[in-house]
Design a protein around this ligand. Structure first.
Ligand code: SF4
Length: 287
């Protein structure tokens, strides 16, 4: 069996940057009582490693009593910066610059009088962060039908969650353009996401089975799985190689393996090695 792994599979620049910032914080002798607001990445092994190094995960700022708080790549609601300051917490802001760009566009659109539409999952932490920067009327949704519920207005400004498929943003824009005289669009989908989605789709077309590695909470992993499944129904999402069922590979000549933006590259390599070493027939990997 041959294994194909897309060139850019796995951890993205923004998550890698956040992990590096967190490791530097841990290694700084003057830092103490380090917490991260939510898991730093959607990867249990990386989170466990930070735990071993003394980084505790807290779910809200109330739980951070003193020391240093790391804001992860998804970003945080804008008021958290002041809240942390008033609690004398030192902030290590690992918000991905692409998320910061969305925050800035959303705020600017609202200041310019646009009704802001944010295309994304309102429950996702990135969306909670971006919407908090909007200073006027706005809505967060993935469903273009929401456009019908926007109060009558002249100007609508649209930004997107960094990980949504381009088709979702386009559907929202198209619907808004039919209803409002002025629609201003900032395509804030990040390239890392686009590239991973395009490569996953391309790979899924060439293989008999796809494995998608990623954390259960990772929305970009779920999207990769959805894209792959639409092309190759034999697509399986896993968090760890333990979950692999080797019956998936019956009759499979070419296997594709990709991973969400929180999955370190060595984990992909480990999954490849695990599969190859457990298969009883001749195999090769193009990783
Ligand atoms: S997926 Fe894009 S926006 Fe999200 S952390 Fe990675 S680089 Fe940043």
């Amino acid at each position: 069996m041959k294994i194909i792994v897309p060139q850019n599979a796995g951890v993205c620049w923004g998550v890698e940057r956040a992990i590096d910032m967190a490791y530097k914080t841990v290694e700084t002798p003057t830092q103490h009582h380090i917490v991260s607001l939510g898991p730093l990445v959607h990867n249990p092994e990386v989170v466990e490693d930070f735990k071993q190094k003394g980084v505790e995960v807290v779910n809200n700022l109330e739980e951070a009593k003193e020391g240093t708080v790391i804001f992860r790549s998804h970003g945080v609601p804008v008021q958290y910066y002041n809240d942390a300051k008033s609690k004398n917490l030192k902030v290590v802001d690992a918000t991905c610059p692409f998320v910061k760009r969305s925050q800035n566009y959303a705020r600017r659109l609202s200041r310019q009088g646009y009704f802001v539409v944010i295309v994304g999952d309102e429950k996702h932490p990135e969306m909670k962060s971006v919407r908090s920067f909007v200073e006027g009327p706005h809505i967060v949704s993935m469903d273009p039908k929401i456009v019908d519920q926007i109060p009558s207005t002249q100007k609508v400004g649209i930004v997107a969650q960094t990980t949504v498929p381009l088709t979702m943003l386009e559907a929202m824009v198209s619907k808004a353009q039919k209803r409002f005289p002025e629609v201003k669009v900032h395509d804030t989908i990040c390239d890392a996401t686009k590239v991973r989605q395009e490569e996953a789709a391309e790979t899924a077309k060439q293989v008999d089975c796809m494995i998608i590695i990623g954390g259960r909470e990772s929305s970009n992993t779920k999207k990769l799985t959805k894209i792959c499944k639409e092309i190759q129904p034999k697509s399986f999402e896993i968090e760890h190689e333990r979950e692999i069922d080797f019956s998936w590979f019956q009759g499979v000549q070419v296997l594709g393996i990709t991973a969400g933006a929180s999955t370190p590259v060595p984990v992909i390599q480990r999954v490849c090695d695990y599969i190859l070493s457990n298969l009883s027939f001749k195999a090769s990997s193009s990783f």
